[in-house]
Design a protein. Sequence first.
Length: 361
Amino acid sequence: MNKYKDIWERLKSHIHDEDILELMEEYELEIKPKKIKKQGMKYPIKLSEQPWHHTYDLIRQIVFNRERRGTINHDFLINFNNEFFEWTKKVASGEKTTEELGKWITIKHQEFQSRESGKAQGRKEITKPKYTESGFERKHSYELSLNERAAIIIDELIAIFTPTVSKEFNLKIDYYEEDWKQELWAWCWENKDKDTNLKALIVDYNRLPSTSYRFHVSNFLSRMNNYIVPYISKLQYSCNDVGRYRMSDKFIEEELYPADNVHVKYEDGSVNPETLVISDKREIVKFLFKKLEEYVPITKESYRRYQKVLEMRYGLNPENREYTYIEIGKYFDLSKQRIYQMETWILQQFREMIVRKKIEI
């Protein structure tokens, strides 16, 4: 700004026409009030030289952030500014000391940070119904503990959730609704600190952008569906039938045992591909992958990745070393959970292909 002032003054020094100089001076008078307005309120003391100036700056940052979010009451802010101006006048006249003003500033800073004076001012109204279906009261995030937020979020998710299942399973979803909703409650509560999508919904209660909110909700609803469909089928069918449906890994242990005696292994004549993979020959795995190309339409690159996962996981490599999920994840630059999902999925495909196509190995 000073650079432009210097140029302006040099320009004036080279002009000798009185009319032009008068016009330039009139222009200076026109723009001076605007500059004063931008500087804000003029205080009778210099704020930057005061020992409490840092605390005053913190208050200004809080005000700026809340004004941007629309969560501060402007009457509250105007009252603060007026009081502060009166304090500076008293300090300038010697009626009050700088230390006394500093103590007042500290108290106001605490008020701005507190729920009663700062965060509670100008809060946005909650547009959703006041109570959830189970009777939990919706409040603002600062009024709720994490557990209270979790209860509301879980109740909302269960309210909008409807199990999605293929018609071939013929599950009586409505008949078992009370049972599976209770089961979902227990499962969601157990996973509220473990599942990243559910945790994001709880921690950022009602503050996530719409796109991010939909992303976390859809991902968690998908997990809820994968968990609860086998649970409903267990209520409707015997353990052996659940095993034959193979809707997820939740009851993979039970499908190997009869319902009346969990200590006796259930032999249904099917081949367990996990035993095959662990057994001995890499050729068996290659053979299964070759057959699977005709059974499940996915790209060859995907097949190679799944094959590599199994070879590393079960020691089907030249080193005969069994790698952990974490080590395989680092190799593929994926999480250990994703590696576990890949392993589980490909073993399920082997199992179904062997049983349905009656493949002899």
